[in-house]
Every structure is written in structure tokens, then in C-alpha cells.
Design a protein around this ligand. Structure first.
Ligand code: ZN
Length: 159
């Protein structure tokens, strides 16, 4: 059992669009541990979680047992799901079962408005129109029972 209280999540949850692909998903599914299970379960339910340290205030992603700055126990926080593309690549030859059909597709590093940097796909946009500095909005792919995967599409506002 994780020391983190997964029930104690700050911020509004379940605000992101959910696209359910559980019936057609053929790509790998994340192997869950006590920390990542909280993250992927929240994603399944339309929430993008980050961790914020109650001691030093640092935010982080991917989820860890401790704050990477001061080693305190981090708290969960629901992010707004808005971010900016820091950098990206276009995959034109995937070479892995389940990914070939998507090529060409974009893998990007997204700087969340809350601070952490996440990796994810940018969809719903021609790959040649994706660019550094582009505002993107998260949505959640529901890929299996209890597991969601954050994805991104253009269109986040800066508020
Ligand atoms: Zn800390």
C-alpha cells in the first residue's frame, strides 16, 4: 500500500474529455505499481494528475514516491490539462505492432501550465502543422479497465 493518500487529490477532477478505445486497443498497456496506478486510474476517469510537494512546492512528473527536490512525500493535484509543446518528433516508421497504423504520428514533450513536462502524442492535427510553442489541450484515452493514457490536441487557451 502506498503511503500517498490517493483519495486526497487537490483540484477539480474528471474535467477532461475521455475517448474510450478499450475494445480496439492493441498497443502495450502500462504495468502498474502503487504510485503509477493512481495516475493511470485518474486518467481513466478524465483527470490528469501531477505531483506537488507540500514541503518545497516543487511539481513533478512522472509520479514518484518522493519529491525529487527534497525527498518529502508529494501530494496529488489535478492539472488543468493545458500545455505548450516544448519539442516534438514525427514518427514515420513505427516498426512496432499497433503503432504502424498510426504513422505518421507525433510524440511531443509538453510543458504543462503547472510546470511539469510530460511526453505524449499530439493528435487531431496534420503532423506538418505541429510546432514548438503550440498550445495543446489534454484528453484521456481509456485503453483498459482502470487505465487511461493522456493525449494532446491543439487548442488550449492561455488563461
Ligand atoms: Zn519537495
Amino acid at each position: 500500500m502506498s503511503q500517498m493518500a490517493s483519495q486526497n487529490i487537490r483540484g477539480r477532477q474528471g474535467t477532461l474529455e475521455i475517448v474510450d478505445v478499450t475494445d480496439t486497443w492493441v498497443k502495450p498497456v502500462p504495468d502498474l505499481d502503487p504510485v503509477s496506478a493512481t495516475y493511470f486510474r485518474a486518467a481513466h476517469d478524465g483527470t490528469l494528475l501531477i505531483q506537488r510537494c507540500p514541503s518545497c512546492g516543487a511539481t513533478q512528473h512522472y509520479p514518484r514516491h518522493v519529491c525529487r527536490t527534497c525527498a518529502a512525500i508529494p501530494e496529488w493535484e489535478a492539472a488543468g490539462g493545458r500545455g505548450t509543446i516544448y519539442t516534438f518528433t514525427v514518427v514515420r516508421q513505427a516498426g512496432m505492432r499497433g503503432f504502424d497504423a498510426d504513422a505518421p504520428y507525433v510524440i511531443a514533450l509538453i510543458d504543462l501550465d503547472e510546470g511539469p513536462r510530460m511526453m505524449g502524442n499530439v493528435t487531431d492535427c496534420p503532423v506538418d502543422e505541429v510546432h514548438i510553442g503550440q498550445r495543446v489541450q489534454a484528453y484521456q484515452l481509456r485503453i483498459a479497465d482502470g487505465i487511461g493514457l493522456p493525449q494532446w490536441r491543439p487548442g488550449a487557451t492561455s488563461d
